[in-house]
Design a protein around this ligand. Structure first.
Ligand SMILES: [Cu+2]
Length: 363
C-alpha cells in the first residue's frame, strides 16, 4: 500500500506540473498574449503548428476599437468631395473601425473608409490628375490598391512589394493620372483576407473625357457586393473555409429588405454597374423581367458588335460588369444573387428573401 501511494503521489505531482507549466510558460505566451485575447469563430481549427498571427487574422474586429456608430439610415458609397491643389484633385481617405447597421436589428463592427460601408465613391474624369491621402485609423497596417488602373508602380499599393505598409496613424499619398474610364474600385492590399472582408472597399467611377464614349442609360446604379460573418455579437472576416462561412450578405452595405429600391418607368433603361468588392465568394447576379445587355467588363467598354444579351453574370472577386436593362413591364422586378443561401439573412428568409436582393419598382 505505501508503494502504491508513493507512485500515485509522484504521478499526481508530475501531472500537475505537466498541466501548470505549459499553461503558464508556453501556451499563454504563444496564444492569448500574442494575439491580445482575440478569438476565432467556432469551427475554425488551430493546431500547435498554426502561428499566432494566423489566429489574429481570423479574429473578430475588436468592439472596443469602434470610434463611431451609425443607424440603419446611414448610407455608404457617398461621393467623396475633393479640393483642387495646382490642378490636382485631392481626396482624403481614412479607414477606421465603426459600428454599422446592415439590417434593423443587425450591426457589424466593420473596417470602413470615411465612416461608411461601402467606402466613399471616388468619381473622377478621364485625364484627371488625382492625389489620394490615406491616413490609417485602423489598429493594423494598410495600403490602398487602385484595381485595374494603369499607374506608376509605387502607387499600386501591394504592401511589402511596392511600398512599406501604412502603419496606424501614418499617412501615405497616392497620385496618378486617370488615363482609362469606366467602373473600377479600390481596396486594401495589406491583409485583404482580413481587412477587405471586414469592409474596406469603395467604387472608383471614371467618366470618359468624351461624353460620347459613355454607354447612355436613363438610370445609373452601382452594386457593391459583400459577405459578413456575425456570430454572438462579434464580426469576423468571412472566408471560404470551415468555421469562416458568411451568414449575412450585403448590397451597398445593407441586406434585403433594408437595401434600396430602384424606381423607374416603363421604357426607361437602367445601367447596373456590378462591382466584385466581395473577396471570398462568387455571386451569379441575375435580373428578372428579361435579359440585359452586357456593355462593359472590368471597366472596358465592349464594342457595339461584341455586346451580348444575358440574364445572369458571375461577379467574381475583382470583376466588374456594366449591364443595361430595360424596364419592359410594370411591377416589382428583382436583382439578386442566384445562390439562394446568399438571399437569406442568417439562413432565414425575410419578406421573400434577404441578403443580395434589390427591388426595381417599375411604374
Ligand atoms: Cu451570391
Amino acid at each position: 500500500a505505501p508503494q502504491v501511494a508513493a507512485i500515485g503521489m509522484a504521478s499526481l505531482v508530475a501531472l500537475a506540473i505537466g498541466m501548470i507549466a505549459p499553461a503558464n510558460w508556453l501556451n499563454l505566451t504563444l496564444s492569448a498574449r500574442d494575439v491580445g485575447g482575440v478569438i476565432m469563430p467556432q469551427g475554425m481549427i488551430m493546431d500547435r503548428d498554426t502561428p499566432a498571427d494566423t489566429m489574429r487574422d481570423m479574429a473578430a474586429a475588436d468592439p472596443r476599437l469602434v470610434t463611431a456608430s451609425y443607424d440603419l439610415a446611414a448610407k455608404g458609397d457617398r461621393e467623396l468631395p475633393f479640393r483642387m491643389e495646382s490642378g490636382v484633385k485631392v481626396f482624403e481617405l481614412r479607414p477606421s473601425v465603426i459600428r454599422w447597421h446592415i439590417l434593423p436589428d443587425i450591426t457589424v463592427e466593420a473596417y470602413a473608409y470615411n465612416d461608411q460601408i461601402p467606402g466613399p465613391r471616388i468619381h473622377i474624369r478621364q485625364g484627371d490628375r488625382v492625389r489620394i491621402n490615406v491616413t490609417n485609423g485602423l489598429p493594423e497596417e494598410t495600403t490602398v490598391h487602385w484595381h485595374g488602373l494603369i499607374l506608376a508602380n509605387q502607387m499600386d499599393g501591394p504592401a511589402g512589394i511596392t511600398q512599406p505598409p501604412i502603419e496606424p496613424g501614418e499617412t501615405y499619398s497616392y497620385e496618378f493620372t486617370a488615363t482609362q474610364h469606366g467602373t473600377y474600385f479600390y481596396h486594401p492590399h495589406a491583409k485583404p483576407d482580413r481587412t477587405q472582408a471586414l469592409g474596406l472597399y469603395g467604387a472608383l467611377i471614371i467618366d470618359p473625357a468624351d461624353p460620347a464614349d459613355e454607354v447612355a442609360a436613363d438610370h445609373d446604379y452601382v452594386i457593391e457586393l459583400q459577405e459578413w460573418l456575425v456570430r454572438e455579437g462579434l464580426t469576423y472576416p468571412s472566408m471560404p473555409m470551415d468555421g469562416g462561412m458568411p451568414n449575412f450578405f450585403t448590397i451597398n452595405g445593407k441586406a434585403y429588405p433594408s437595401t434600396e429600391t430602384i424606381r423607374m418607368k416603363v421604357g426607361e433603361t437602367l445601367k447596373v454597374r456590378f462591382i466584385g468588392t466581395n473577396n471570398g465568394f462568387i455571386h451569379p447576379m441575375h435580373i428578372h423581367g428579361g435579359p440585359f445587355e452586357v456593355v462593359a467588363r472590368d471597366g472596358e467598354t465592349i464594342s457595339p458588335s461584341a455586346r451580348f444579351l444575358a440574364d445572369t453574370v458571375n461577379v467574381g472577386p475583382g470583376q466588374r460588369y456594366d449591364v443595361v436593362w430595360t424596364a419592359r413591364r410594370l411591377g416589382k422586378w428583382l436583382i439578386h444573387c442566384h445562390i439562394p443561401h446568399h438571399t437569406t439573412n442568417n439562413n432565414a428568409e425575410v419578406k421573400g428573401g434577404g441578403g443580395l436582393m434589390v427591388v426595381i419598382d417599375v411604374t
